[in-house]
Design a protein around this ligand. Sequence first.
Ligand SMILES: [Ca+2]
Ligand SMILES: [Ca+2]
Ligand SMILES: [Ca+2]
Length: 226
Amino acid sequence: MSRFRYPYLLIMGDGAPTGSVPTSKLEAQILEAVLQRELKGTSIKSFNKIILKFPKIDESLRKCKVIFEQFDEDKSGAIDLKELKNCFSKLEVTFTNEEISDIFQACDLNDDMGIDFHEFIVLLCLVYLLKEGSSAPNSKSRMGIPDLEATFETLVESFVFLDNNNDGYISKNEMIHAIEESGRSDGQITMKRFEEMDWDKNGTVNFKEFLFAFTSWVGIQDDEDD
Ligand SMILES: [Ca+2]
Ligand SMILES: [Ca+2]
Ligand SMILES: [Ca+2]
């Protein structure tokens, strides 16, 4: 549990859905992209498969730090709006200014006007999802960072697996079902973690909430306190 240090209380002010209804244009777009993606299904067939992928996901996300530092041009430890615009143009990701502001706000969970490393990973993964289908048909990469994109795909696939009824949200029952089926002895701990990621306690977790929690579980938070 020591990994669970992210200030979740701060997240509550962030426009997380109060029911299974998107609260902003961006949330609606993300939900739509998730629903589209769910139609394709997932190669992940068990909860244990997700757990087995943790070390690899962790390793890959750590490498993302290099990218983060590259875009944090003034080395302030956070990416501001201007730096994010440069970041997108380098990655050849096309967004309007309004969209960039929206995604910035959505991922700046603690409202400090900067995207820290953890927030950055979630942000890139959301971009990855939103840009599905936007790259040339033969291109393997949407953002020019294929290794990381493969990891984002794993995160998306994990969500699709857990969202058993494909409504775009992971419910408590879906989580219980996945854990029970896996026969894990640490099921109770996992359940507790689910409850922690469902901060507004409405019984469901959307894709963004899932990403924040999931990327904490795999371990990237561990070296952020030094
Ligand atoms: Ca900066
Ligand atoms: Ca922030
Ligand atoms: Ca569901």
